[in-house]
Design a protein around this ligand. Sequence first.
Ligand code: S3P
Length: 164
Amino acid sequence: MKQVVVLCGFMGCGKTTVGRALSRLTGYAYRDLDEWIEQKAGKTVADMFEQDGEAHFRALEREAVRACAEEPALIAAAGGGALTFGENVQVLRKAGSRIVLLDVPLGEIARRLQGDKTRPLLNRLDKETAMKELYEARLPLYREAADFTVDANRPAEQVAREIA
Ligand code: S3P
């Protein structure tokens, strides 16, 4: 049986930490799509945004989603933008992958991302108002993409156990 689980949600919702915990629990391999993209491109996501533009990054992200959909079993953490694109969601659905939304309220997200300099999209945003706008614009897209939503405003181990 196909066992690909893709974690989605806003930057800072804990996709990486929960993904790793879920991988330990289930024994399925873990893949961070941003890391996969960085390896393929030979540079960081931040450098890609700066040197090649967001469109280039999104094209590689589509490739990363396709590669992940082809796996028989995998726990994958998608970047915060990946599943806001219908095309990526369709590819995963068609392949029988499951999409799980890690739901964390905006206030907690803002707290977790405070001072973060590694996320290019975040650096571009005009801080809190813009983050709120992006969060509110994306939430319905995440909800539409997701097969399940879990409350991720809890310790990662607990969230992983619920998903497992
Ligand atoms: C992005 C989120 C990032 C990364 C890129 C774009 C986004 O991933 O893919 O910077 O559009 O929200 P994380 O959600 O893991 O930070």
